[in-house]
Design a protein around this ligand. Structure first.
Ligand code: ZN
Length: 481
């Protein structure tokens, strides 16, 4: 080697070493482990609390879980003392809707932050607004890279709503190619279109979920093998005398026909005394359960929708007093005060059916649970059109499940271990919902035991989403407090 090259080489090597040291140390900061010590751990693998446990997180993953006196903490760890506090997995909202307006001024605080602030670390979009819905996939990339604060996002593409301008087969192929997580099907798809969509999705091995289309009915849904039903309230149409051959060019007209036919069917029920009503409903619910038993088809709960409809129609002052409503998009509460909000319009003149529908949906919930249908914690929040506040509403959904016979453990399971098991059916990954090594580091630190009272899930001291820690101060800042 020529002598004059040596100093040049030495300095190059020197620079290289310096560079690796610099980037190495940058990575080390990013990868600094976190150790939650002395926690009352609720791993959600069983309905128990493991006292005085340590959880070590490295990168985005939980790496070690064990008794505090027997678990080593990495030297450089950020240690969070959890004495007297409870550590549970982050929750998921398994049916909600993304809107591009989330990252604009339309919302006082981005729902991505509202979710984090409420301990929701996974969201699954059942129909993004907009033409392509690709922003959901991009947000997931940005969140993953630390450029955006938010929960982990699973999303379908734009929903397949019927009245297609393009062959639905091509739409399914395109959405699979675009790497959406599943196909969402809506009420107005015809029987033939439904068959095409399901057959294509099966061929491409992409998960299908959605409404029970008016022309198809539950029997058709089960025969074609749709993977999941989008709401408990979808079963309502099964009790109606819908003419399933009918087709409407106009979606509003179709929905109006379905609603009117269902109202007509149930009008005589309203005359019954509570006991008779109860008995008749039990018989109806039994027909659904009969079809679903041994099926293991998951159903999203979304009962907070019914809860809010009742509040909005009969207790508007109470609804307006909800402190979290300040996070709804500008304009929503104005529409509400003018009586022009979605459900105010939909139930106009038929207000009495709202409590009846809620009663029926609660009976379905209880029945579905009894036959071990996987029930998924979900709120239908996100569109900004129904007064459902993203994140905050998950706590109402938990409350409703417990009011209807779930233990707090079972209610939380619907948004953790059960939810992750269903995501495994979608994409093969069962990577959240429990506190065990290998799972994504999605955690909520609580002041009180949520297994004693599910309302304690609201008492949040900190949230970790994919390894990123938000303490109480960070959460207050997110909410603008
Ligand atoms: Zn929805």
């Amino acid at each position: 080697m020529p002598r004059r090259l040596l100093p040049y080489l030495m300095s190059t090597i020197g620079l290289w070493i310096l560079w690796t040291q610099m980037t190495g140390s940058a990575l080390a900061i990013e990868k600094q482990p976190t150790a939650f010590i002395h926690a009352n751990l609720i791993p959600m693998t069983t309905a128990t609390v493991l006292f005085d446990h340590t959880v070590v997180v490295e990168g985005k993953q939980i790496t070690v879980v064990g008794p505090s006196n027997d678990t080593e903490i990495p030297d450089n760890a950020n240690v969070i003392n959890c004495r007297n506090a409870f550590l549970m997995p982050g929750l998921s909202d398994m049916h909600m809707h993304l809107r591009y307006s989330w990252i604009s001024d339309a919302w006082p605080v981005s729902p991505l932050k509202l979710y984090i602030a409420n301990g929701v670390t996974t969201i699954r979009c059942f129909g993004p607004g907009g033409k392509t819905g690709k922003y959901g996939l991009n947000w997931q990339k940005d969140i993953d890279a630390g450029r955006l604060v938010g929960p982990s996002i699973l999303t379908c593409g734009p929903m397949l709503g019927g009245h297609f301008k393009k062959d639905p087969e091509q739409i399914v192929i395109k959405q699979k190619y675009q790497r959406f997580d599943f196909i969402k099907i809506y009420s107005y798809v015809t029987k033939e279109e439904y068959h095409t969509i399901l057959a294509t999705a099966k061929k491409l091995n992409i998960y299908t979920a959605g409404h029970i289309p008016f022309q198809v009915g539950l029997d058709g849904v089960l025969a074609e093998g749709m993977d999941e039903i989008a709401h408990i309230e979808e079963f309502l149409w099964e009790f109606s005398d819908l003419d399933r051959q009918r087709y409407f060019e106009n979606k509003e007209a179709w929905m109006a026909y379905a609603v009117q036919t269902t109202f007509d069917r149930f009008a005589p029920f309203l005359e019954l005394n509570p006991q008779e009503k109860e008995q008749k409903l039990e018989v109806l619910v039994a027909t659904i359960l009969d079809k679903l038993k041994d099926r293991q088809i998951p159903v999203c709960t979304t009962l907070v929708v019914d809860d809010l409809i009742e509040q909005k129609l009969f207790y508007p002052e109470q609804f307006l007093r909800k402190p979290e409503n300040r996070f709804l998009p500008a304009g929503y509460l104005d529409r509400f005060r003018k009586g022009k909000e979605k459900h105010q319009m939909q139930f106009k003149g038929g207000e009495v059916f709202a409590p009846f529908k809620y009663m029926l949906d609660k009976k379905l919930l209880v029945g579905l649970k009894k036959i071990n249908i996987p029930l998924l914690l979900s709120t239908d929040a996100g569109t900004g059109r129904m007064g459902i506040v993203p994140g905050f509403s998950i706590h109402d959904e938990l409350r409703i499940l417990v009011e209807n016979g779930f233990t707090p453990y079972e209610a939380i399971a619907a948004g953790t271990i059960v939810a992750s098991g269903i995501v495994k059916r979608m994409n093969g990954q069962d990577d959240f919902g429990t506190i065990v090594p290998g799972k994504r580091a999605d955690l909520i630190l609580l002041q009180k035991n949520p297994l004693e009272d599910v309302a304690n899930v609201r008492k949040i001291s900190g949230v970790m989403a994919a390894g990123q820690w938000y303490d109480q101060k960070a959460i207050a800042e997110m909410l603008g407090n």
